[in-house]
Design a protein around this ligand. Structure first.
Ligand code: HEC
Ligand code: HEC
Length: 330
């Protein structure tokens, strides 16, 4: 039901040519992506986003003072890090692969298992866990920088606070939109924006290959959780969504990732277990490993090698080329 309501709202917004105020608007308008909503207590504004963009690259936020969020969320790698699993600021290894930040604002729950209910809650958790910060101490560090103090005053009307830092980061992440891709240009009628293989790949994606059942356009995610068989046979399987929902059928289910800009964000899946896009597509198209809790939607679609190549060509055409220049940290 929730999915239907979301799609209907998105379709209505697109039909009306609706755009949200604020910077996230720009990339959306060049694709079929609907505006990214923001919560009433944290509206997206240009100034807040500019502040969040600086905090995003500022290692002062971390426990060691050395690690910024961008240590693991790198623009050139689709806001992931190219690692199977990555090491946190305190030296601990993560147990799940770094996901993309693209289109995260469309999600209704966060992390691979959806355990964080809002983006703000997620940002606070990452601040504590990934970059191992004591937020009170890190806030003090930020409050010792006069340029930051002035900026927080302008945006929030207060000195830097833990809550304001979280809000600025979340507002910034709501602008991480991957639209602006060759496929978007094709859908808007630009001739020769994509290859014939990519067009054939899209038809397969929507039809025979059954990918769109979970990777629903225009974000290419249903924001739902599915077991696709990757934990099958592991000695200590990651229980995924089950730990949050307590439903046995959610065992080792994980959130469907957006496929926009997927070509630059390998390795793939919640465990980072497949290195290339072609391997990932082949795995999905073949129905995945057998697992009692695997989604019944995922079946062997018996694609030929040529069809797998076409699917890959389509997915490559979803890569956005929006400009990004890291801001200067004050
Ligand atoms: C050491 C690597 C690392 C660093 C540094 C890091 N992250 Fe992450 N991030 C991850 C991993 C791994 C996950 C997935 C964890 C999970 O699902 O259990 C994640 C997940 C996320 C998500 C959820 C995405 C989704 O689709 O639900 C957001 C948002 C996020 N991080 C923001 C941040 C912010 C903000 C910072 C800085 C405060 C940060 N990250 C720093 C590795 C990192
Ligand atoms: C049953 C729903 C479902 C279907 C059908 C499905 N996927 Fe997925 N897909 C997912 C989920 C869920 C994940 C993440 C699961 C995980 O990591 O454990 C995923 C992950 C992926 C990834 C890795 C993305 C990343 O960032 O790591 C790719 C690529 C992918 N799917 C492509 C496809 C293609 C191509 C098809 C059709 C042949 C397809 N999927 C069919 C649900 C689905």
């Amino acid at each position: 039901m929730r999915k239907m309501a979301w799609l209907a709202a998105a379709a209505a917004a697109v039909a009306l040519g609706c755009t949200s105020p604020g910077p996230s608007d720009k990339a959306e308008r060049l694709s079929k992506l609907p505006p990214i909503p923001s919560p009433p207590d944290n509206p997206t504004t240009d100034d807040k986003v500019a502040l969040g963009a600086k905090l995003w690259v500022d290692p002062r936020l971390s426990g060691s003072g050395q690690m910024a969020c961008t240590a693991c969320h790198v623009r050139e790698k689709g806001w992931t890090d190219g690692q199977v699993l990555s090491r946190r600021d305190n030296g601990d290894m993560n147990t799940r692969h770094t996901p993309t930040m693209y289109n995260v604002g469309y999600s209704q729950s966060f992390y691979w298992d959806g355990r964080a209910p809002t983006l703000e809650a997620q940002v606070l958790a990452a601040w504590r866990a990934q970059i191992s910060a004591d937020p009170a101490k890190a806030t003090e560090r930020i409050a010792n920088v006069p340029a930051y103090v002035a900026e927080f005053q302008k945006v929030f009307g207060t000195a830097p606070t833990q809550d304001a830092i979280v809000k600025a980061l979340a507002a910034y992440l709501r602008t991480k939109v991957s639209g602006l891709s060759p496929w978007d240009r094709h859908e808007m009628g630009q001739p020769n924006a994509v290859s014939a293989d990519a067009r054939a790949g899209f038809d397969l994606f929507m039809g025979k290959a059954r990918c769109a059942m979970c990777h629903t356009p225009p974000v290419y995610s249903d924001f739902n959780f599915h077991n696709i068989g990757l934990e099958a046979g592991k000695a200590k399987p990651d229980l995924g969504r089950q730990v949050v929902s307590k439903r046995p059928e959610d065992t080792s289910a994980f959130k469907t990732p957006t496929l926009r800009s997927v070509a630059i964000s390998g390795p793939y899946f919640h465990d980072g277990s497949l290195a290339t896009l072609e391997e990932a597509v082949r795995y999905m198209a073949s129905g995945g490993n057998a697992d009692p809790n695997k989604s019944p939607l995922l079946v062997d679609t018996r694609l030929t090698d040529a069809e797998v190549r076409q699917l890959v060509a389509f997915l490559r055409s979803l890569t956005s080329d929006e400009p990004y220049t890291a801001p200067r940290v004050p």
